[in-house]
Design a protein around this ligand. Sequence first.
Ligand SMILES: Cc1cc2nc3c(=O)[nH]c(=O)nc-3n(C[C@H](O)[C@H](O)[C@H](O)COP(=O)(O)OP(=O)(O)OC[C@H]3O[C@@H](n4cnc5c(N)ncnc54)[C@H](O)[C@@H]3O)c2cc1C
Length: 401
Amino acid sequence: MDKISQDLARAAAATVPGRAGFDYLIVGAGFAGSVLAERLANVMGKRVLIVDKRPHIGGNAYDRYDDHGVLIHPYGPHIFHTNSEDIFQYLSQFTEWRPYQHRVLASVDGQLVPMPINLDTINKLYGLSLTSFEVEKFFESVAEKKEEIRTSEDVVVSKVGRELYNKFFRGYTRKQWDLDPSELDASVTARVPTRTNRDDRYFADKFQAMPRHGYTRMFERMLDHPNIKVMTNTDYREIVDVVPWTHMIYSGPIDAYFDCKYGKLPYRSLRFEHVNVPQEQFQPVGTVNYPNDYGYTRISEFKHITGQKHPTTSVVYEYPCAEGDPYYPVPQPQNAQLYKRYEAEAEATPNVTFVGRLATYRYYNMDQVVGQALATFKRLQQAECERAEAGLNLSAAPVGR
Ligand SMILES: Cc1cc2nc3c(=O)[nH]c(=O)nc-3n(C[C@H](O)[C@H](O)[C@H](O)COP(=O)(O)OP(=O)(O)OC[C@H]3O[C@@H](n4cnc5c(N)ncnc54)[C@H](O)[C@@H]3O)c2cc1C
């Protein structure tokens, strides 16, 4: 046992008499783990140890200032958006917000045009001046009729036809997944709308905002509780057998928890190339997509997103790749089946709760993970109430009955 583990084991054991160790060991300090740590400590007074193998909290949403003093998102741009007032209110306890609506342009045929495709995209691309009504007719005239919508290709060509599919979606998807859209579940492109008006916002959610002082500050405030101990740079396997705990919340990859006994769940990864540019602005909007040219899929400029004022600017290029951190579960039926086998194992594992996007092998946005963690907390709370009631009933039952 190393020094830190010894200290922790001692600290955990020397707390309240009769309550040795931590009530909860939480693996992963991203949204899933941090929301649960906060709720368990604040609402239920539980003693929590939260560990992350990375050198920081916040998971993929972690942000920091780069060497030039620009606030960046090391794991790619993270834009908060949700339709849930409850989730927005919950997070508002830990941060103030800066209103922000994300805009994306796509570099197609030598022009920058709005993405998702809208009225202006079509007019600019083809040098037209259609009205909303006319563009609707245009989409109808180019759309391919499909009996059944099964793949990502079906979703797009049945809405906007093959030419726009080739210009905006096919190349991007092939770069992103190293698979043709015809090989991918419909869910991948179903999320991207097509608009007949001039709305050029990337998201249409009711609440769209960025944490005013960044995500990391928000996570620091969530985890700032005397009952919560945070350990970064620590794989949970280093301490799981030396630190006493009662229940584990696991938000790492589910296949890794079971030593990949049924095989590895496939993920797509990204290589991020961060660059500081000695000028005030690099591009007109937060993100520019490159569906057909270059090895990268998109470039994002953080100052648009964070609202920071600075004489230089920092951007990130995203290069999709097969190896690296697990970012996107590959949405194919055979992978969903493999996940089901791990899910069955997880359900049969006592005292461990699996939560978050890696532990449930699903692409979730941040708000969805917060929602999942809050729902998990309610279930844990309910289960404890039921146990307490059962205990009371047991002790109230007449002896000898
Ligand atoms: C490029 C990119 C861009 C995104 N952009 C957006 C966006 O704009 N808006 C949005 O809403 N969502 C976005 N997301 C999704 C968002 O990142 C996730 O919803 C969110 O981070 C999920 O939180 P989580 O806690 O489930 O997982 P994570 O944030 O991945 O946290 C899990 C943590 O577990 C730790 N861990 C794993 N194994 C171990 C172990 N053995 N021991 C200890 N620790 C371990 C990991 O280090 C990690 O920090 C984006 C995702 C990516 C990849």
